[in-house]
Design a protein around this ligand. Structure first.
Ligand SMILES: [Zn+2]
Length: 254
């Protein structure tokens, strides 16, 4: 009788052990959702359906070659010389005809991609044209002197550039505008349909909004939704994703 009792207890223990093992296996099995769908639970997320979206959209930072001509940094602390003139300037096809014709140029790839950008914008129903792109040192000198005469040097320095300090001398950028702001350069452009399209799509053609809002301390310039700079598609996509400036991208903040 005593022996039977021990046997019974042993059997009970075995059954309980087997049940707990079965339950443990179930943790990596499947569960039902309340609408009857089967979902995988537990287990290794690499085995597929962990319920998380794949993270493959996020770009990692490209290798930066500072000798790449498309990476050229021109700002108040990194001027170019009086004689600097980029090679391979190409005439721009889409421009506001009332601006100076001598500025209708950009460096090869920048010009080609700008044309593409304008054409794609047109397909989306937006007219975007260049106002001024390349400016020679001499042209910038005239512009700067005019601004200084009108506003004084300190104020002029916020929205214009001293000769040599203007990115426009690089041939890698252009100012653009559209009918909705009467082809003017105004911060309202950022909220116009064309300006919004530009800020969302410029990077697809290798351009960045060079002087973003809230980054004045880094760029040295006020917000300019109309000034786009060519850096190539890879860099532009990363800069757009991270919402950073060219200075931050290049790690040149002095
Ligand atoms: Zn500009």
């Amino acid at each position: 009788m005593k022996y039977d009792k021990i046997r019974f207890l042993c059997l009970l223990l075995c059954v309980m052990l087997a049940m707990s093992l079965f339950a443990a296996c179930g943790e990596n099995g499947t569960e039902q959702t309340d609408d009857g769908q089967q979902i995988a639970v537990g287990g290794d997320s690499q085995n597929g359906n962990s319920g998380k979206e794949p993270d493959d959209e996020k770009l990692s930072k490209p290798e930066i070659d500072l000798d790449d001509p498309y990476m050229l940094l021109v700002n108040k602390t990194h001027p170019v010389g009086k004689d600097y003139k980029p090679e391979g300037l190409k005439e721009i096809k889409y421009f506001a005809s009332d601006r100076d014709a001598s500025t209708r140029y950009m460096v090869g790839d920048a010009a080609d991609n700008f044309h593409l950008l304008v054409e794609k914008a047109a397909e989306a129903g937006h007219e975007i044209v260049m106002t001024t792109a390349y400016r020679s040192y001499g042209f910038q000198t005239i512009l700067w002197n005019n601004y200084v005469a009108k506003h004084g040097e300190e104020e002029a320095n916020i929205f214009s550039a001293r000769p040599g300090e203007s990115e426009h001398q690089s041939g890698l950028c252009t100012d653009v505008s559209s009918p909705s702001v009467n082809y003017q350069l105004t911060t309202e452009y950022g909220q116009s349909p064309e300006g919004k399209w530009l800020s969302e799509h410029a990077h697809e053609y290798g351009f960045i909004i060079r002087y973003p809002e809230g980054k004045e301390d880094l760029t040295g310039y006020q917000y300019e939704p109309w000034h786009i700079r060519y850096v190539g598609k890879e860099a532009a996509a990363y800069i757009y994703q991270e919402q950073i400036t060219l200075e931050e991208y290049l790690g040149i903040l002095d």
